[in-house]
Design a binder for this molecule. Structure first.
Ligand code: C5P
Length: 238
C-alpha cells in the first residue's frame, strides 16, 4: 500500500489568474498539503514562469493542462513541461492508445523522479446523453472504466475520477493505479457548485490516492487551518 502521509493527499486547486494570490497560498500552505494544482486558467494567464514560481514555494505541482492532440504534439507538450518538474501531468484518455503511449514515453525521458502521468476519462460535466451526442453509446460508468483500462494498458499511472467511480476502478485496475479525486468537501465546508461530494476521509477510505480540494481551503478565512483540519480528519478516518 502507498505510504502517503495524510496531509500529502491533498492537492489544492489554484483556480485563479492572480499570480500573487496563488504564490501567497502556495507559500503559506507549503508543508501543510501535498501540493498545488494549476489548471488551464492559471497556466494560460501565468504561463510556465507561474508554474515555476509555485514550484519554487517548495510545493509539488499537479499541472492539470489535460493535453489532447495528435501523439506527436502531446509528446512535445509533455517534453516542454518536463523542465518545470511537475509532480503530476495529465492527458485525455479519449486521445487514444497511441497518444497515451507517446505521452508515457515522453514522461519516461525524465528518468527517475519523473512526473506521474494520469488520464482524464469522461468529464464529470458530461452525462449519458452528452456521450450519445458525441457518438458514445455507453453508460458513463462503463465508458469511464473502458478509458481508465485503456490508460493503464497504455502505460499511464492513473486517472482523475469522481468518488463514485473509485471503488469500481480500484477493483478492476489494482492497488497501484493512482486515483485522483476532486469533488471533495469536509462536513464543515459549503458544497459550492459541486453536486456529488464526499468528505476527505471517506474518499481516502474507499481508495482515493490524492484529493483535489479548492474552495474549502482557498476560500477559508485561514487556509492553513483548513488544510490542517482536513489532514487531521484523514488521519482520524472521520
Ligand atoms: O473548489 P473545488 O474544490 O470545487 O475545486 C475542485 C477542482 O477540481 C477545480 O479545479 C475543478 O476544476 C476540478 N475538477 C472538478 N471535477 C472534476 C474534474 C476537475 O471539480 N470532475
Amino acid at each position: 500500500m502507498s505510504k502517503i502521509l495524510p496531509h500529502e493527499r491533498t492537492f489544492v486547486a489554484l483556480d485563479t489568474t492572480d499570480l500573487a494570490h496563488a504564490l501567497s497560498l502556495a507559500k503559506s500552505l507549503s508543508g501543510h498539503v501535498g501540493g498545488m494544482k494549476v489548471g488551464k486558467e492559471f497556466f494560460t494567464a501565468c504561463g510556465p514562469d507561474g508554474v515555476r514560481a509555485v514550484s519554487d514555494c517548495g510545493m509539488p505541482v499537479f499541472m492539470d493542462t489535460k493535453f489532447h492532440d495528435i501523439p506527436n504534439t502531446v509528446a512535445g507538450a509533455i517534453r516542454a513541461a518536463l523542465p518545470l518538474k511537475p509532480y503530476i501531468l495529465n492527458v485525455h484518455a479519449s486521445g487514444g492508445e497511441v497518444m497515451m503511449r507517446a505521452a508515457a514515453q515522453a514522461v519516461a525521458e525524465a528518468g527517475e523522479g519523473r512526473p506521474l502521468l494520469i488520464a482524464i476519462t469522461v468529464l464529470t460535466s458530461m452525462d449519458e446523453s452528452d456521450l450519445q451526442d458525441v457518438g458514445v453509446d455507453s453508460a458513463v460508468a462503463d465508458q469511464v472504466l473502458r478509458l481508465a483500462t485503456l490508460a493503464q494498458y497504455s502505460g499511464l499511472d492513473g486517472v482523475v475520477c469522481s468518488a463514485r467511480e473509485v471503488e469500481d476502478l480500484r477493483e478492476h485496475l489494482g492497488k497501484d493505479f493512482k486515483l485522483v479525486v476532486p469533488g471533495i468537501r469536509p462536513k464543515w465546508a459549503a458544497s459550492d457548485d459541486q453536486k456529488r461530494i464526499v468528505t476527505p476521509a471517506a474518499a481516502v477510505a474507499i481508495g482515493a490516492d490524492y484529493l483535489v480540494i479548492g474552495r474549502p481551503i482557498t476560500g477559508a478565512a485561514d487556509p492553513v487551518e483548513a488544510a490542517d483540519k482536513i489532514a487531521a480528519e484523514i488521519a482520524a478516518g472521520v
